[in-house]
Write a protein that binds this ligand. Structure first.
Ligand SMILES: *Cc1c(COP(=O)(O)O)cnc(C)c1O
Length: 411
């Protein structure tokens, strides 16, 4: 059951019409496993070819409609990954001052950098003002006044877009939804009159447009249709109140298929087509997106070894040399990752057992997944935790004074 190098794409999970153009991800090849055997674990393995195919697909699908894509750095700011993404001409979506700095240091065009976040510090705002970024995505009326003050002190005009909380349910896990009234992000619709007043008052702000980001790992494209309806309403509101809306920024959140790690990359074609069909784009208006996960998730796996096997009466445990310090998504958001025993002996095994696959950290929640069906596994076996390129390496920590996880590249 585990990895089969030439596994066929699983058709019913994909509604793409152009089947010939599908990318089949074949990251855990026999040659790679041979390579892994000699390396110290744990580490992230990056398949840069998968990354490039993903970036190509996204670029092709967006350029066709004249859409602008900013890469959300927080999904993965590994330097090799950033250098490659930058080379495709994408802009950058940053959520901290250091991300703004990193984006520019890695060659992202400062005129394509956007900066979001509910808690931008004065130091971070000043840094972004000095860098002359494209736009601040502003999340409160108070923040508008602060950016205005800091820009005035520098004799500058800051471009701002208003991050509106559209109260659209993203139909994703409640831990990663961001666009509901109860979430901390963005400005709620009933506060828009205050926003308009602030914008009129703040002479060091240039209103550029409106911004939305409703959550992550969104796989139901219907959600984006609802978002389009909201964006259309909101831009009418601003136009009716005398503001020219130059930029519509729909944020990110496009999901990937964590259950079939060798399947096709994210469905960029249909994703952008929804906006093409349902967004009311006026002449001269720009449409922007901020994709993170969909660009990087499938290009990496966390590679680890079995340290110990505990066979209990009710439970078997596989204790890995990687845990929540290397990949925290399962423990933080109850996220699913496919777990595979990629060792030679596992391939020829005829016995399957159920294991709770756990890490070495002194926390009971340090469990990747319970009751995983795996070939009988032994100390030293190599375990791949798939689809780990987004929100993986970037969330690594040194808790328990562990070494910070390293990375290995396909080239
Ligand atoms: C995290 C984030 C994104 C990217 O989200 P993905 O789900 O990784 O596509 C985009 N915009 C903002 C404002 C974000 O915070």
């Amino acid at each position: 059951m585990i990895f089969i190098a030439d596994r066929k794409p699983n058709g019913h999970h994909n509604n793409k019409t152009n089947k010939e153009n599908r990318t089949h991800i074949n990251m855990i090849s026999t040659a790679n496993i041979d390579k892994f055997k000699d390396l110290e674990t744990p580490f992230y393995y990056y398949d840069l070819d998968v990354l490039r195919q993903t970036l190509n697909a996204c670029r092709d699908a967006s350029v066709k409609h004249g859409f602008h894509v900013h890469y959300a750095l927080k999904a993965n700011f590994n330097p090799r990954v950033l250098d490659i993404i930058q080379s495709y001409g994408f802009g950058a979506d940053c959520v901290s001052g250091n991300e703004v700095k990193a984006a520019i240091a890695h060659g992202f065009d400062k005129g394509k950098v956007v900066f979001a976040g509910v808690g931008k510090s004065d130091r971070e705002i000043n840094l972004a003002l000095d860098a002359d970024i494209f736009c601040f995505n502003v999340e409160s009326v108070q923040e508008l006044h602060i950016i205005n003050e800091l820009a005035a002190a520098k004799n500058k005009k800051a471009n701002v877009a208003i991050r509106i909380n559209p109260n659209v349910d993203a139909h994703t896990h409640h831990f990663i939804t961001t666009g509901l009234d109860e979430n901390k992000f963005g400005i709620n619709i009933w506060q828009l009159p205050d926003v308009a007043a602030a914008l009129r008052q703040c002479s060091n702000l240039q209103f550029l447009g409106i911004h939305f980001h409703i959550g992550s790992q969104i796989t139901d494209l219907e959600v984006y249709k609802s978002l389009c309806t909201r964006i259309n309403e909101m831009q009418d509101w601003f136009t009716d109140h005398g503001f020219e809306v130059k930029v519509l920024n729909a944020g990110g959140g496009l999901g990937v298929d964590y259950h079939h790690p060798d399947n096709d990359i994210a469905d960029f074609e249909n994703y952008f087509q929804v906006f093409k069909n349902f967004l009311n784009v006026k002449p001269g208006q720009e449409v922007h997106f901020e994709l993170g996960r969909a660009l990087v998730a499938q290009s990496a796996a966390l590679i680890s070894r079995v340290l110990y096997v505990k066979n209990g009466l009710k439970k078997n445990f596989l204790i890995l040399d990687a845990g929540m310090t290397e990949l925290i998504r399962p423990m933080l958001y109850q996220a699913y990752h496919q777990i595979e025993n990629v060792s030679q002996n596992a391939k020829s095994s005829t016995t399957n057992l159920k294991y709770d696959v756990v890490g070495p950290i002194c926390e009971s929640t340090d469990c990747f997944q319970k009751d995983v069906d795996l070939p009988e596994s032994f100390r030293g076996d190599i375990i791949a935790v798939r689809t780990a390129g987004a929100y993986g390496e970037v969330m690594a920590s040194g808790y328990n004074l562990r070494d910070i996880v390293g990375s290995v590249y396909s080239e």
